[in-house]
Write a protein that binds this ligand. Sequence first.
Ligand SMILES: C[S@@+](CC[C@H](N)C(=O)[O-])C[C@H]1O[C@@H](n2cnc3c(N)ncnc32)[C@H](O)[C@@H]1O
Length: 428
Amino acid sequence: MNRNAISLFSSSGIGDLGLHANGINTVIACELLPDRMDLFRSNNPDTKCFCGDIWELEDEIVRYYRENYGDSPFVILATPPCQGMSPNGMGKMLSDYRKGLRPKFDERNRLIIPAIHIIKKLQPMWVIFENVSNMGNTLIYDENDELINIIDYIHRELGPGYVGEPKVIDCADYGVPEHRVRLLTVLSRSAYAKEYFRIYKTFLPEPTNSADGNLFTKPWITLREAIGNLPELRAVAGQNVDPHNPLHKVPLLDKKKLWWLDNTPEGNTAFNNQCVNPDCLFQGNRTHGATHDEEGINRFNADTPLFCERCGALLPRPYVEDKKTGEKRIMKGFVSAYKRMLWDEPASTLTQNFQYACSDNKVHPSQTRVLSLWEAIVLQTIADYPFVFSVNGKPVKDGLIRDTIGESVPPRVIDLLCQNILSIKEKE
Ligand SMILES: C[S@@+](CC[C@H](N)C(=O)[O-])C[C@H]1O[C@@H](n2cnc3c(N)ncnc32)[C@H](O)[C@@H]1O
């Protein structure tokens, strides 16, 4: 059997690194955005790259594969975008549909359809879908304009010839120093695999790590272990870049934010900072929080004090200032904003927003800054595989690096999955 892979929605090919580590070659990649495709091509000069909309390219991809390789590929890795897969509104969508109304939906969720067309035509031995855990609850309109759950659609279209089920995993359980909850749906049509699935009910490997470790797993890899030895940075000019590693750099923060974060302890949010007036130092000011309103929607508290409840001094908490009157008010935001991570835990999920201190749990555990690009590369396990963030010898833009990391599959997860897949025959 060949070891050819087709990577659909490949982005710059981060997840593909886990295939390549197992001798599985991405012979075709498809990606909409030219800058991501260029970065993919730069790292994989022998791959046939289809840059554009998969709806328009699906026939060409099938034709190219058949003309050049003949037999079925070993694996198709399909990682469609996840922005459209929100948990909100699925119940309403279904109820409107049952009433004969046409509910609103995100067209991006239907990108699974051209991927399934390609899979049905090329019949790979293995199929790997990766997405956010909500993929399992997502509804789409199929080719006949009928509303169907996306996983039911996959099973219906691929039929009993393929076995496998979706499973939610936290990548931290597979040695990634980051909590990243994802849905992996692995399917196979191989006879060996079917027998394996009958016994084990999944193709995913056993977790390698767990919160505290046990006889079978090591403890989660923490931020301290993963990035604790990197040079210190601070989000001010002259201290925000490591002169020896241009990727170990962070965006600057203004004076106010520096003050808030300088006073924020590890694991806490700047919204809970206490009095720093040396004559008072009151530590009992009310902290920030959120409550569910009558409709069950989570709303942050608006009455969190911004001035010390004992001495009246301004607290180093996030605030906004009225331009005309100069009046200061506590900023609108949840307790996860301006929040430091914990040294002895894996990082929080890296999103495309990891450069914003106001985004969820994005602040370094002890230094006044967010994570650097290099730290994100390490935490996403990209640094463990051969990959360069440059095209034609020129470094790519920081934004492309952040987007690529934030949307990627940690290669270690795909690597361990492929090791398991390839070992199935031996286990049999
Ligand atoms: C979740 S990311 C894939 C991440 C990738 N597997 C990795 O590990 O780096 C999804 C990708 O699908 C691409 N995409 C979105 N719409 C597309 C379309 N219509 N055709 C092809 N690719 C598309 C996005 O630009 C994005 O790069």
